[in-house]
Write a protein that binds this ligand. Structure first.
Ligand SMILES: [Zn+2]
Length: 112
């Protein structure tokens, strides 16, 4: 897969205009190898951001990519969310947050 082809719509764009993300998961388990980055165009990145915003506004904070796209980071920022990978010991909704977003004020209270 060439880096300047959008893997969502299949069209070609300038490399500088691409957004990229890497989902959680493995492409191989023996030995384990992370999935390859997925490159997407500006238009598909905007759509992805829109999808993230919809989820975040419905308080679905559980999903995020391993290597985050600009779309995901921008959406989280707009919604005032912080990604917690479990190392920060943040309590949220009665459990320890683990690979999920939490509202910034929750994060600051727990981690501060
Ligand atoms: Zn595209």
């Amino acid at each position: 897969m060439v880096a300047n082809q959008c893997q969502h719509c299949g069209l070609f764009f300038k490399y500088e205009e691409m957004d990229t993300y890497t989902p959680f998961g493995c492409s191989s388990y023996d030995p384990p190898e992370p999935l390859d980055p997925i490159n997407i165009c500006k238009k598909c990145s905007d759509k992805l951001k829109h999808d993230f915003l919809n989820r975040f506004r419905n308080e679905e904070y559980k999903y995020g990519d391993w290597q985050k796209s600009k779309a995901e980071r921008d959406a989280a920022k707009e919604c005032g969310l912080v990604w917690v990978n479990g190392a920060q010991n943040v309590e949220y909704n009665g459990h320890r947050a683990f690979f999920e977003y939490v509202p910034k004020k929750v994060f600051n209270r727990s981690a501060g």
